[in-house]
Design a binder for this molecule. Structure first.
Ligand SMILES: Cc1cc2nc3c(=O)[nH]c(=O)nc-3n(C[C@H](O)[C@H](O)[C@H](O)COP(=O)(O)OP(=O)(O)OC[C@H]3O[C@@H](n4cnc5c(N)ncnc54)[C@H](O)[C@@H]3O)c2cc1C
Length: 432
């Protein structure tokens, strides 16, 4: 008989945070992680010229009490992102003036809304006239790009709350990369006696009151009194026969139904490492792109950012929401070519010109990653209800965590994952 108190599924931000809290409280904890690395949707690689390549989470923004406390404890540093923001539309480049036309009347109306509905429904109901076409397109691009969400499902109330915090949208980056926070958590956990098993895909959870048996893809079994499941909601509700899908025995239909009430978007991230930051040169388009931070465009890969103010020749492309979902099964090579064409369109130079500067590239299509199956959670009209159900443990034995279950304003973030891990750990410690 195994003497483990608790097994955690997933060594992402949420699982690691919970593991550290519980091992500090004296519980015997083991993490089972499907990948050959910790961090989940946090994945920092060291690139050329010692640049940190963030293939997953990159920015810190908003109200981040748990993240900032951890960064402080770990002695890590972060830097503010600066630079000019551009908009490129219909072949024209504009320096960021007013981003979204008719934004003020739109927000005014949204603030008067009494009953929640999808943001698409809201636009159709109140801003259907032709003169608002630009507004409708801009809101759609924004919701898809930033929240990785589908406007047909994204909650108008949740977006209203998100947009009311607009003043806090300054972006920061962790200087040694987000993975350094994960390493800090994992080291602390291991020092307290915790165990992390990598390359361990959980396939079945057989449970009864305070007794859990976990079966993994390689046929091994692990036993504990309780279990914390921190896989993304997209994986939780996936077919148990899929690569990361988990069968529960006995089944937990109410929890799986609840997980379906939470929106989960799609995202593709492309990192292009160039020989030099050609966009910063005075000769290039009269230096108008010098020190740009973000470009939002209508190109196939619409959003691009630099590492400014850090000296770097890396550009990152971002496609999210339903447009990214459509490319779920498209080859990386083809998507990379879309990235090059997009930059060629925006910078008005031949594709060959772009590739002549290119020295390395990385692409992650998170939708086709079996252990993520998408991007991150967003609120639909029914998400509050789904989250409430999932945040209630089953028989003091099955507990759920992860960014999607966080109840604050920073949905879909690392902060959400850490805070959820911390909260559920507290609950488990109390119940123990
Ligand atoms: C491309 C991208 C960019 C992002 N950018 C930002 C950003 O700039 N700022 C920000 O704050 N947030 C960002 N996020 C969101 C942030 O990364 C996540 O909210 C957070 O990392 C989620 O942590 P988690 O622990 O909840 O889930 P995960 O990190 O997904 O951890 C779950 C773990 O479970 C494992 N797992 C899955 N199935 C199984 C199984 N069957 N058996 C065992 N293990 C399993 C997975 O491998 C994974 O390690 C981004 C996300 C993506 C994808």
């Amino acid at each position: 008989m195994n003497d483990l108190d608790i097994i955690i599924i997933g060594a992402g931000a949420s699982g690691l945070m919970a593991a550290r809290e519980m091992s500090k409280a004296g519980l015997k904890v083991q993490i089972l992680e499907a990948r050959n690395r910790i961090g989940g949707r946090i994945f920092t690689l060291k690139g050329e010229q010692s640049v940190q390549l963030e293939l997953g989470a990159e920015f810190m923004h908003g109200h981040l009490p748990v993240t900032l406390q951890l960064i402080k404890e770990a002695g890590l540093k972060y830097s503010k992102m600066e630079g000019k923001t551009f908009q490129f539309k219909n072949g024209e480049l504009k320096k960021d003036a007013e981003f979204i036309e008719d934004w003020s009347p739109f927000i005014r109306k949204l603030n008067q809304l009494d009953n929640d509905m999808s943001i698409r429904q809201f636009l159709d109901e109140y801003f259907a006239e032709e003169k608002y076409e630009e507004l409708r397109n801009s809101v759609k691009s924004f919701v898809e790009g930033y929240d990785a969400a589908d406007t047909n499902y994204a909650s108008a109330f949740a977006l209203r709350e998100e947009w009311s915090n607009e003043g806090e949208w300054t972006n920061f980056r962790i200087i040694n990369g987000h993975s350094s926070v994960m390493e800090f958590l994992a080291n602390d956990f291991k020092e307290a006696g915790g165990i992390i098993n990598l390359d361990t895909i959980v396939k079945e959870i057989i449970w009864k009151h305070r007794q859990v048996e976990v079966v993994t893809a390689d046929g091994k079994t692990y036993e504990s009194q309780q279990i914390l499941i921190t896989v993304p909601v997209s994986v939780l509700r996936a077919n148990p026969n899929s690569k990361a899908g988990i069968a529960f025995n006995p089944e937990i239909p109410l929890k799986i139904e609840a997980s379906r009430l939470i929106g989960f978007g799609s995202v593709i991230k492309i990192l292009l490492q160039f020989r030099e930051p050609f966009w910063n040169s005075r000769e290039f388009e009269n230096g108008k792109y010098k020190n740009f931070s973000f470009i939002f465009s209508d190109a196939p890969i619409p959003t691009w950012w630099s590492q400014h103010p850090q000296p770097s020749s890396l550009l990152t492309g971002w496609l999210a929401g339903p447009q990214a979902e459509k490319l779920k099964d498209v080859s990386e090579d083809k998507i990379l070519k879309m990235g090059i064409s997009s930059l060629s369109e925006i910078f008005k130079i031949e594709k060959d010109g772009i590739t002549s500067y290119l020295i390395d590239s990385h692409l992650v299509n998170w939708n086709s990653d079996p252990f993520t199956l998408g991007a991150y959670a967003y609120a639909t009209v029914n998400t509050l209800q789904g989250r409430k159900v999932l945040n209630e443990p089953v028989d003091k034995t099955l507990y759920f965590g992860g960014e999607a279950l966080y109840e604050g304003a920073e949905m879909g973030t690392v902060e959400a994952a850490l805070a959820s891990g911390k909260n559920v750990a507290r609950r488990i410690i109390e119940d123990h």
